[in-house]
Design a protein around this ligand. Structure first.
Ligand SMILES: C[S@@+](CC[C@H](N)C(=O)[O-])C[C@H]1O[C@@H](n2cnc3c(N)ncnc32)[C@H](O)[C@@H]1O
Length: 356
């Protein structure tokens, strides 16, 4: 068995997007003056970013908060990585490392990445999690008021990263995945995408302030109505734009106007609070359209999907952000952009934009 200490960060991402996640961390590291490098195996759902030293990791960690990262579902500070863990006493290796750290922990999560290979570790994670919490309590290392959470990321039955998360700057869900229950009355599964976007891209206070009953929204590419359903559930009035049919029960709510029109041409007669867009189109075309809505002041907030191309996906995302920022710049306005590849996103990311 062996355990080595490190000055790296660990990010969880959608399997297959390790390259984009690594590029994003490398760009932030370069901005912070670091010279680190990423280690990632394709399909693993994990990226380890090795900073040049502890100070470079601190600088990178300050910029690479979970909220600022598009491709990372979670970002952790690695304490150590361990290999050849004995199957009967994994904690015997991990606990001394934890005891060596001065921190106490508000909680401890044992997780596995979201990869096919790691899925079979779920039962082991649960068992080990219970044993870890019991051992930490016994050693008085649990303090519910602590800002730090302990993570064990099992990459195999005998290998793990031991890591720390600052609760304020990290995802509040194991694996970085909010587990949402499909609402039976919703007309399509993509309803979960907008629900997750509102949960991940806005905080509690913002959801309360910016999504109020009686507000007006436009849903571009709305059929059959999964996204509209989320807005109606929050008592917003929605203009649903799509040549396809809308769910009958949703129309019967009295809160939805269905317009059979082209979402790339439609413009509202007066400004609305929200515009959401799930039209499947080239990302550059969607970005240009979103930029127009925001620059013209047709909506205050927007949530939209950008489908990613097969190659140069990171570059495409940056180009789309630049399109939006430049258009708003030209209009003398500033836009706040937040984006994430959500758990319910596949080859796409979801963006929240707001004129500030
Ligand atoms: C992924 S589906 C939307 C699903 C919807 N968000 C939901 O939750 O049920 C994409 C929709 O975009 C619509 N669409 C594509 N191009 C469009 C356009 N130019 N104008 C309006 N709707 C469009 C399609 O008809 C399709 O219904």
């Amino acid at each position: 068995m062996s355990a080595s200490h490190s000055s790296s960060l660990l990010a969880y991402c959608r399997p297959g997007f390790e390259g984009e996640c690594a590029q994003e961390l490398a760009a932030l590291d370069a901005e912070a003056g670091g010279g680190g490098y990423a280690r990632a195996e394709r399909g693993s759902g994990l990226v380890e970013f090795v900073a040049t030293d502890a100070e470079a990791r601190r600088r990178l960690g300050a910029g690479a908060s979970w909220r600022n990262l598009v491709f990372a579902r979670q970002i952790l500070e690695v304490l150590a990585s361990a290999r050849d863990l004995p199957p009967r006493d994994r904690l015997g290796v991990l606990l001394p490392i934890v005891e060596n750290d001065a921190r106490r922990w508000c909680d401890a999560w044992v997780e596995a990445p979201d990869s096919d290979a790691a899925r079979e570790l779920a039962a082991l994670c649960r068992g080990l999690n219970a044993a870890l919490i019991a051992a930490l309590k016994q050693r008085r290392l649990i303090d519910r008021a602590s800002r730090w959470r302990l993570h064990v990321c099992l990459t195999a039955g005998d290998a793990a990263f031991l890591a720390a998360a600052d609760v304020a700057g990290t995802a509040p869900w194991p694996g970085g995945i909010p587990r949402l229950k499909f609402p039976r009355a919703a007309p399509s599964r993509s309803t979960l995408k907008l629900e997750e976007a509102l949960l991940v891209l806005l905080d509690d206070g913002e959801r309360e302030r910016w999504l109020k009953p009686g507000m007006r929204a436009v849903d571009l590419g709305a059929s059959p109505g999964g996204w509209t359903w989320q807005l109606v559930a929050r008592s917003l009035h929605v203009t649903a734009v799509d040549n396809g049919p809308m769910d009958a029960a949703l129309l019967a709510s009295g809160l939805v106007d269905h317009l059979r029109a082209d979402g790339f041409r439609y413009r509202p007669q007066r400004p609305v609070d929200w515009m959401v867009c799930d039209m499947v189109e080239q990302p550059s075309r969607v970005a240009a359209r979103m930029a127009e809505w925001l620059a013209q002041g047709w909506c205050r907030c927007a949530i939209f999907n950008l489908k990613l191309p097969m190659k140069k996906r990171y570059d495409e995302v940056q180009a789309c952000f630049a399109t939006i920022r430049n258009a708003l710049d030209d209009a003398g306005k500033r836009v706040e952009l937040r984006a994430k590849q959500l758990y319910h996103d596949r080859e796409e990311i979801t963006v929240f934009a707001r004129v500030v």
